[in-house]
Design a protein around this ligand. Structure first.
Ligand code: IMP
Ligand code: MG
Length: 179
């Protein structure tokens, strides 16, 4: 029998907000020049929206772009391939780029995006993720700024989904079935 589903909060709205302000201060400490924020769709859109406003509060004036990347999760076989579904419109040449994603897990998505922007001539590519799942890395890539360490469970909310649901939740949580 299938029970009712609910989402148990793992990281509260207020914790996320406080952490984002701290992340913005850390980004500002890097004194970025001609800053371009590149948010990876879809999962990072809410995090990016909150982070860029926090960047404004610490005195930065980032431009904002989006790149939509497909990940292995969308294919049947775990191929490890990443492809571009929607590219950015601006040039990154000579600029400092802040790449934003929701979760760093295997690292394939971020390694791909980071290499791409570096190959296009970005001066610096800094990586900021809301969550990091440790011990899951398949390729070597490091995040410069991490919101929270995430337990090895599938999380939803705050932009992240399971089968298109739960992106609207203002907190990060875990789906549970209650009987
Ligand atoms: P990576 O390429 O393996 O690092 O995958 C990172 C991507 O997988 C993230 O951008 C998310 O979209 C997705 N992902 C990984 N873990 C979760 C999760 O627990 N919930 C929702 N999406 C996840
Ligand atoms: Mg994603």
């Amino acid at each position: 029998m299938s029970g009712e589903r609910r989402v148990r909060a793992l990281i509260k709205e207020s914790e996320i907000a406080a952490r984002i302000d701290a992340l913005a201060r850390s980004v500002a400490d890097e004194k970025p020049k001609d800053l371009l924020v590149v948010a990876i769709l879809k999962g990072s859109f809410i995090f990016a929206a909150d982070l860029i406003r926090a960047l404004h509060r610490v005195g930065l004036e980032p431009h904002v772009e989006f790149v939509h990347l497909s990940s292995y999760r969308e294919s049947v076989v775990s191929s490890g391939q990443v492809t571009i579904l929607k590219d950015i419109d601006s040039s990154v040449r000579g600029r400092d780029v802040l790449l934003i994603d929701d979760i760093l897990e295997s690292g394939r998505t971020l390694a791909f995006a980071k290499d791409l922007l570096a190959a296009r001539g970005a001066r610096r590519v800094l990586v900021c993720v809301l969550l990091e799942k440790p011990h899951k890395r398949a390729v070597h890539v490091k995040a410069d700024f991490v919101g929270f360490e995430c337990p090895d469970v599938f999380v939803v909310g705050y932009g992240m989904d399971v089968a298109h649901s739960y992106r609207e939740l203002p907190f990060v949580g875990v789906v549970e079935t209650v009987r």
